[in-house]
Design a protein around this ligand. Structure first.
Ligand code: NAD
Length: 264
């Protein structure tokens, strides 16, 4: 029997891509789901696609609004009396060179990807501690493990999440709190289209590498398997995941390979 059964799982970024596939896949388990992102109408469409819509509650949130996270956490708990797993999946990417990128774009990437995730996680933490159980599942990226041009602010924010959640795991393991970091490579979603460019406007076009990535359905399955196994960290993608090991053992080789690959 899966450890997912009986759990209440709160998924952010549930309106599209990886989050949407995760919610649809999880809805075939015997669990309650709370689904969040900015647009309620998009979340309602996702709910309609799910196997057990009666077990799904919608809770719109914008990760930019850090001060709202405590109220939102209380609302999330009120739906089913508890939250067992928070999947911090919502995020936004970047496609612009450092020399061209406005500081405001870095602020936005940190506000959403890092501080928004930290604010939401801190808001649910007292509940996890009180319940002596809670699982943070945070979606970063392979860009949280090594860098690639055009993604300086995104890499910074995703690397920062690894630092924060390493400490979360150490400080709260004694309280029954678990942490799983999910690092996708290329997954076929709108992430490149939504990525911020030098002036903060979305790129709108897709990247070839993203188009050729794994499906969000496969990414969702691998995430669920990692959650069930209480993994500390999982790499989800194609051959690009080898970059993590190259970074550790042959950093100069990885540097040359990333530059040669000219991935945008
Ligand atoms: N697709 C990839 O190739 C890839 C690779 C590495 C990491 N990731 C990560 O996976 C996660 C999901 O991205 P995706 O690929 O499904 O892209 P996506 O653009 O399809 O989905 C992103 C989700 O985050 C939500 N979101 C964005 N800004 C938000 C905000 N301010 N407040 C609340 N929600 C917000 C969006 O509404 C959407 O639901 C992100 O954290 C992303 O960085 C994706």
């Amino acid at each position: 029997m899966s450890s997912i059964n009986g759990k209440t799982i709160w998924v952010t970024g549930a309106s599209s891509g990886i989050g949407k596939s995760l919610v649809i896949t999880l809805s075939s388990y015997s669990c309650n789901l709370i689904i969040s992102s900015r647009r309620k109408d998009e979340l309602m469409k996702v709910k309609e696609l799910c196997e057990s819509p009666e077990n799904i509650s919608i809770l719109p949130l914008d990760l930019k609004n850090h001060e709202e996270m405590e109220n939102l956490a209380q609302k999330a708990i009120s739906f089913y009396g508890k939250v067992d797993i928070l999947v911090n999946n919502a995020g936004i990417s970047q496609r612009s060179l450092i020399k061209d990128t406005k500081l405001e774009v870095y602020e936005q990437l940190m506000d959403i990807n890092y501080l928004g995730t930290v604010a939401l996680s801190k808001a649910i933490l007292p509940h996890f501690i009180a319940n002596k159980y809670g699982h943070f599942v945070t979606v970063t990226s392979l860009m949280g493990k090594f860098g690639s041009p055009y993604r300086s602010g995104y890499c910074g924010a995703k690397h920062a999440l690894h630092g924060f959640f390493d400490v979360m795991r150490m400080e709260h393991e004694k309280d029954g709190v678990k942490v799983t970091m999910v690092c996708p490579g290329f997954v076929q979603t709108n992430v490149a289209k939504n990525a911020l460019t030098a002036d903060g406007s979305p790129q709108k076009d897709d990247d070839v590498a993203t188009q050729n990535g794994i499906t969000p359905e496969l990414a969702a399955k691998k995430m669920i398997s990692a959650i069930e196994k209480d993994k500390f960290e999982v790499y989800v993608g194609g051959k690009e995941v080898k970059g993590v090991y190259l970074k550790r053992f042959f950093p100069k080789l990885l540097h040359k390979m990333v530059l040669k690959s000219q991935v945008r």
